[in-house]
Structures are given as structure tokens and as C-alpha cells.
Design a protein around this ligand. Structure first.
Ligand SMILES: [Zn+2]
Length: 269
């Protein structure tokens, strides 16, 4: 157990009491995200650029460590920090997650674009996959995306059964698991276009279940022109062979204890 990090968690949480505003910054040296409070002053040649400013109370639960031995198997309201090797209620405060909202699709009468396409954030684009021939569409970054950026939830139609060949995630739930199917472009969001990496080394996103929904987080920096890739596991890659299917996923479960390893071979049934 890294005790220095634990005391740091407490110190940060103590020091932010009474803070009104929190700012998410991109650290251009480390290519990750950082949170600062009221007293932050940006200067001209700062290594930080402001991503978003929110009310401090909106992130008041960030930094609450959940001990591994207290973690219930079906608790999906925690996230894992790769750097602290701990589970947090919502997110680590030192290495925070920043949830990017979908673009609000404009209700343009006569628009040929589907709801899924129109929901894509401005700094991403949906076009032909850059990695595979005949892969169909993929999602490509138009600018650098720092570690800790989080996308979601994955939007789809909730179903009790699935034929396993769609754009479908299995959601762990009680009393029964269910499926979130993004097949229909007018009842899903842009995340349905994200392709699967063929192996773990190519992935730059990790899928995880949080509060009964599926999110993808950036676990290593993504650069302009890179394709966003999540890894669905060995079994899925074998089914795809060397040619990529345009299907984003074959119904599967994202782990609640989402370490990088857990998103791979461990979570496919
Ligand atoms: Zn951390």
C-alpha cells in the first residue's frame, strides 16, 4: 500500500474544503488531466490549458478511496486509478477522470446525419478507419486527448436478450443482466463507431461499467489523427480474424473492476 499517496489523498481533500470552483486543466507535459481550485492563476506560458470549470461541489466525492476488501463484487460505482492502484468512489482526485458530454444533436429538419453521428464531440470525427481496410467507419481524434478523458455513457436500446452480433454491451445488474444495443443509429450515440483493437497493445481506451452504464476512458494519450480503439478481448479478436468487422462489439460485459487486464481476456464469458 502506498501510504504517501493515501496521506496525499487526505491532504488534497482537506485543502479543498470551502472551495467554490474547480477547474479541470490539461497538463501539456504529462498529457493528463489535473484539478485545481479557486486559487489557480494561469499565466501566459503555462504548461496547463483550461479544459472546464465546474462548481466544486460537483466533484466533492472525487478522491474517496474504496478499500479493496470493502469492495462488493457488484459495486459499479467505483473507478480504478492505474497510477495509484486504488479504487475510488467516482474518481481519483490526483489523476481525475473528466467526463466529456456528447455534442447535443441539433434537431435539423431534413438532416441526413443520424443522431449517433450528430452526437460526436467537436474534437473527434467519424470517418473511415485509419487502421484497417474494409473496417468501415471509425472515430479519429482531431486533436490531442489527454489521459483521464472519459466518454459516455454508451447509448442504446436496453434489451433483455440479444443475438450477440450487434453493437451490444451486456450490463451487469440485479436481479438480471441486460443489454444496451447501439445498432440503431438514431437510438444510439457516436460511441457505437469506435472500433476494437486487435490486441491489447493497440488500445487507447478502456471500457468500464459505472452506475449501470458503459463508459470509455482514455488510458494513454491519443494524438491528432489517431483512431480511438477499445479492446473487447481475445475472443472477440479471434472472431474478427485479420479483417475488421464494422461491428463495434459483440455483446459482452465491461468489468466493474476495470483494470487494463480486466478489460481484456478476463471479462469475456
Ligand atoms: Zn490516482
Amino acid at each position: 500500500m502506498d501510504t504517501s499517496s493515501s496521506s496525499s489523498d487526505k491532504e488534497i481533500r482537506k485543502s479543498r474544503k470551502n472551495k467554490k470552483v474547480a477547474t479541470f486543466l490539461v497538463d501539456l507535459d504529462k498529457l493528463n488531466i489535473k484539478i485545481v481550485y479557486d486559487d489557480f492563476k494561469a499565466d501566459g506560458d503555462s504548461q496547463f490549458i483550461v479544459m472546464d470549470t465546474v462548481k466544486a461541489k460537483r466533484i466533492k466525492h472525487y478522491g474517496r478511496v474504496v478499500r479493496k476488501d470493502k469492495l462488493e463484487d457488484d459495486d459499479d460505482c467505483v473507478t480504478h486509478c492505474d497510477q495509484c492502484h486504488k479504487y475510488y468512489r467516482v474518481s481519483c482526485l490526483e489523476h481525475p477522470l473528466y467526463f466529456v458530454p456528447d455534442r447535443q444533436p441539433r434537431e435539423t429538419v431534413g438532416s441526413k446525419q443520424t443522431l449517433a453521428v450528430r452526437s460526436c464531440p467537436e474534437f473527434l470525427t467519424i470517418r473511415n478507419s485509419v487502421l484497417y481496410q474494409d473496417a468501415g467507419k471509425g472515430v479519429i481524434a482531431k486533436s490531442m486527448i489527454p489521459t483521464g478523458t472519459c466518454f459516455g455513457p454508451y447509448v442504446g436500446v436496453n434489451k433483455v436478450t440479444t443475438n450477440r452480433d450487434g453493437y451490444c454491451w451486456e450490463i451487469r445488474s440485479r436481479p438480471k443482466n441486460f443489454y444496451c444495443d447501439g445498432q440503431d443509429e438514431n437510438r444510439s450515440n457516436w460511441m457505437r463507431f469506435i472500433n476494437s483493437a486487435l490486441d491489447e497493445t493497440m488500445q487507447n481506451l478502456i471500457a468500464f461499467q459505472f452506475n449501470q452504464q458503459i463508459y470509455y476512458r482514455v488510458y494513454k494519450p491519443i494524438f491528432e489523427g489517431d483512431e480511438l480503439l477499445v479492446y473487447y478481448g481475445e475472443r472477440f479478436s479471434e472472431e474478427l480474424g485479420t479483417g475488421m468487422s464494422s461491428a463495434s462489439c459483440v455483446s459482452q460485459r465491461a468489468p466493474t473492476k476495470h483494470t487494463k487486464q480486466a478489460t481484456g481476456r478476463d471479462f469475456i464469458r
